[in-house]
Design a protein around this ligand. Structure first.
Ligand SMILES: Nc1ncnc2c1ncn2[C@@H]1O[C@H](COP(=O)(O)OP(=O)(O)OP(=O)(O)O)[C@@H](O)[C@H]1O
Length: 273
């Protein structure tokens, strides 16, 4: 049995990341709450993906400490490292599916790695279930990534991220490249999965609609740090120029207007029923 999920399943303190003489993060702190969807935003190149890679142990920081599900990532021993990696799922930008494997076989990869004792039959059945959980038709399990649309590839990547029943889900720009309807459907799926599976979700995005629709809080990366974390109204109450420009610029206003319209329609339909 894994330990229970702590109140803050991700704690980053004093993180420093450098590439050569180029400093990406300097004394960056972030605490993610259990059960929330935290949106991570920031200009291009501010180090959102590098932060995610540090949290999941793919990028060794120059300084700082990172704790995930109560375990130190920066000082993990090998065995502990393997145990903890089975408790999160990651959807990388672009899906990162193996092109020579079918969708089902892609989902089987982490199952084979972490549960080699599973029979082929059971492993395949679990993979088919995860494919359906991600909103794909069952037959998608037998297709190759090249036979899927962009939106289906994202869902296939999500199915693989869910393979091990993770407690934490990392999504790197999940709606990038999707049409607005596909993006909204993916957002709904993320929210539903979070609620039904009790996940904590770390979600990097440039998509303002996603932030308004499904994120409980938003962390803003700028000036090599997380300069603010909070709900969108809380962020709007700060006077940081990037935050104001981002949420109050034309795209930010459009996203807010469209969320207000959806809420208004929900109220109307609740009133008429
Ligand atoms: N392995 C690496 N070696 C050298 N530089 C790197 C490496 N990985 C990332 N960088 C640099 O670190 C910076 C932050 O990259 P990162 O991918 O985290 O940005 P991001 O905020 O996710 O950007 P975007 O929104 O464009 O995806 C960039 O300048 C990038 O070129």
């Amino acid at each position: 049995m894994s330990d229970p999920v702590p109140e803050y399943p991700i704690i980053v303190e004093g993180l420093v990341n450098r590439f050569g003489s180029f400093t990406i993060h300097q004394d960056l702190d972030l605490k993610v709450r259990r059960g929330e969807i935290i949106g991570v935003v920031g200009g291009s190149g501010t180090g959102k993906s590098v932060l995610m890679r540090s949290i999941i142990g793919l990028q060794i920081p120059a300084e700082g400490s990172i704790e995930v599900l109560g375990h130190s990532i920066t000082e993990a021993e090998d065995d502990e490292d393997i145990d903890i990696r089975s408790r999160w799922g990651v959807l990388f930008q672009g899906g990162a599916l193996f092109s020579t494997l079918t969708v089902g076989e892609n989902v089987e990869v982490p199952l084979k790695q972490f549960y080699p004792e599973l029979s082929d039959e059971l492993r395949q059945e679990i993979a088919r279930f995860k494919v359906q959980l991600s909103g794909l038709p069952e037959e998608a399990a037998y297709k190759y990534p090249s036979e899927l649309s962009g939106g289906m590839k994202k869902r296939a990547g999500l199915a693989r991220a869910l393979a091990l029943d993770p407690e934490l889900l990392f999504l790197d720009e999940p709606t990038a490249g999707l049409d607005p309807i596909g993006a909204a459907a993916f957002d709904r799926l993320t929210r539903e999965l979070k609620e039904t599976l009790g996940l904590t979700v770390f979600l990097i995005t440039h998509d303002l609609d996603t932030l308004y629709e499904i994120c409980d809080r938003v962390a803003v990366l700028a000036d090599k740090q997380v300069i603010a974390v909070g709900t969108i109204p809380e962020l709007l109450a700060t006077d940081h120029p990037w935050i104001q420009e981002y949420f109050n610029g034309p795209r930010g206003r459009n996203a807010k207007d469209s969320q207000d319209r959806v809420k208004g329609m929900d109220k109307l339909s609740a009133g008429s029923s």
